[in-house]
Design a protein around this ligand. Structure first.
Ligand code: SDX
Length: 357
């Protein structure tokens, strides 16, 4: 009851998370027909068909203009923002954007995280922000705004694969939050801001950074068994494992591991890091099976997310912000779907407090 487990709180045409069989369908397409196959712009034409043109080229141009508009908010990157975590800095910058339910608000919300996250990372390193380039695709421009260089095709494909893979995932906590806020007709900016707050939590989108902390703590494959047993015996949760819906392996884990392998050493993947991660994953799954025999605890999306975003040059403090850059497409799509229903989301609660006199 407390986590609304198994409660159907909405009907959606956007995505189906088949937890028993470990399958994810987004807008009628299996994940393996999307991840590594489509650009983020193409994914947006599927998620927002009634808002955007069906032409990927047109969406690419519209999104590029929205990045240029978002960059104007970056010019006001004050010192306070830079002292916050990247996620909190992103939240503060997103809060500055105009609200409402028209298309320009939606496009700016979708574009902004890809502009703000690199700018915040660079500002925290004492570097000037790199302006967007309207001639680039979204993933390419996000990487270029991070490093200042033209990214390789391998790195662009890897980020595109990530943004597409995490773009939508049923009624997860942040998407449900977006729907609740959109249902009050508060506007897309309010819905996205609330969703970003939910995503920040380590039980949700805040998990990928701590996955790297875990790999650093284990340090070598030989240490994995003892370190993991120690964590589990202290009642700690292993970041990157377990899921409220999946009782099988999260299909996104393998989609992102494949993207990491396609990236390869030339694209920034560290083979030693991957070997350590595979050893930790093996030992973690065995330890979780032994500790919780009655609960399927499999690898979830965050485990290989951590290695992929690290290989692409994002600091772990920014992983949640990069997650938001992909998931914002789903948040806006669900907000529009909720608005279309015309219904305020307002569940009941059972009062168990003291009786009134
Ligand atoms: C995301 O919902 C979505 O779709 C989310 C997401 C998306 O795309 O939006 O997929 C993204 O949030 C992925 C999950 C990222 N979070 C983590 O990796 C953090 C670690 N995972 C856990 O905290 C946990 O698995 C949750 C929060 C993800 C799900 O937990 P539930 O469904 O609330 O399960 P639970 O807390 O009731 O746990 C059941 C049992 C418990 O043991 P007992 O108390 O019954 O003895 O399993 C144990 C838990 O302690 N358990 C774990 C564990 N996850 C659950 N034990 C050790 N390590 C873990 N990771």
């Amino acid at each position: 009851m407390s986590g609304l487990d198994d409660v159907i709180a909405a009907e959606t045409r956007l995505s189906e998370v088949d937890g028993l069989n470990g399958r994810l369908v987004i807008c009628g397409h299996n994940l393996d027909a999307l991840a590594g196959q489509k650009s983020f712009e193409a994914m947006l034409t599927l998620l927002l068909p009634d808002l955007l043109s069906t032409s990927e080229k047109a969406v690419r141009a519209e999104l590029a203009q929205a990045r240029l508009q978002a960059f104007r908010a970056v010019a006001r990157l004050d010192r306070d923002l830079v002292s916050l975590s990247v996620t909190e800095g992103l939240r503060a910058l997103m809060a500055r954007l105009p609200d409402g339910e028209d298309k320009s608000v939606a496009m700016l919300q979708v574009a902004a995280p890809a502009v703000f996250v690199p700018a915040l990372i660079r500002a925290k390193a004492g570097q000037e922000p790199v302006p967007p380039d309207a001639g680039r695709g979204h993933a390419a421009d996000m990487l270029a705004m991070l490093t200042g260089d033209q990214p390789s095709e391998e790195r662009i494909n890897a980020l595109d694969t990530y943004l597409v893979t995490v773009s939508d995932h049923g009624l997860n906590a942040s998407t449900f939050t977006a729907r609740v806020v959109a249902s009050t007709r508060a506007g897309y900016a309010s819905a996205v801001l609330a969703a970003l707050g939910a995503l920040k939590g380590p039980l949700h989108g805040g998990a990928p950074g701590p996955v790297l902390d875990m790999l650093d703590a284990v340090a070598t494959p030989d240490n994995a068994t003892a370190w993991l047993a120690g964590e589990i015996s202290c009642g700690e949760r292993l970041m990157g494992f377990g899921h409220r819906i999946y009782r099988a392996r999260d299909p996104r884990a393998d989609a992102l591991k494949a993207a990491l392998n396609r990236l390869g050493a030339a694209g920034g993947m560290d083979a030693g890091r991957l070997a350590l991660a595979e050893a930790v994953e093996r030992e973690a799954l065995a330890a979780l099976r032994a500790a919780k025999p009655d609960r399927v605890l499999e690898t979830n999306v965050e485990f290989f997310t951590a290695l992929l975003l690290e290989a692409l040059g994002f600091p772990r403090d920014a992983f949640t912000g990069v997650f938001a850059a992909g998931r914002v497409g789903g948040w806006i799509a669900h907000a529009r779907e909720q608005i279309e229903t015309g219904r305020l989301i307002r569940p009941q609660s059972r009062y168990v407090g003291p009786k009134a006199a």
